[in-house]
Design a binder for this molecule. Sequence first.
Ligand code: HEM
Length: 212
Amino acid sequence: MAWVLRFFSSSIGQKVLMALTGLCFILFLSAHLAGNLLLYRGGETFNAYATRLHSLGPLLNVFEIGLLVMALVHVLFGTWLFYENYRARPVKYAVKKSGGGQTLGSATMPYTGLLVLAFVVYHLIRFHFVDKTIVSIYEIVNKAFQNPIEVTLYVIAMVAVAVHVSHGFWSAFQTIGVNHSKYMPFIKGVGLIFSVVIGLGFGFIPIYMIWV
Ligand code: HEM
């Protein structure tokens, strides 16, 4: 037991925890996008899906608590590792070198992470912690996406999610040790395709709903 504690209090252990929770969020995003695509089929289909999901009762609550714990772990260790990195290099380089292989995703990880966090808090207040007995969840989403400001905010947030995932995807595999030079280009390719699918898949929903 002591070695588990020692491992997770080391920076490599914390990176592994970030990678594992990040991979779980990738699974969650895939399932969430699949469910949200039902919004294209109209209120009846989407509400029926939401009702089926809520009929899982305590199972859904366990799942939600799991998501919350993972989010806390991911955000807290992400912030801590960022701070440790910053502290290890307090003097900024006079000339900022773009270290080989740096991408938009890797260079902006803490900032896109912060944006995604702000989005998730706003998103939960808007769509999750609402009274769904007065109006249906489809009506709540549809009403929100009649507002051009809200649609714009959602699209910006989805760009942040896509950029964050574009780096997080392959970086997570690398951290857990799947970093063979033979497989890495494939993993990076899948990560890039996945982030584009997530960005366009989620991002197009508000645009479609304000349109029709
Ligand atoms: C256009 C994009 C999106 C739409 C329309 C959407 C829609 C929804 C709706 C309607 C709910 C409430 C479900 C319910 O309580 O019945 C929900 C929950 C949630 N969404 Fe989204 N979502 C979108 C994107 C995202 C993204 C990108 C993330 C994560 C980065 C996310 C994270 C969550 C989480 C964590 C929950 C709570 C899940 C639960 O408690 O079971 N959503 N979303």
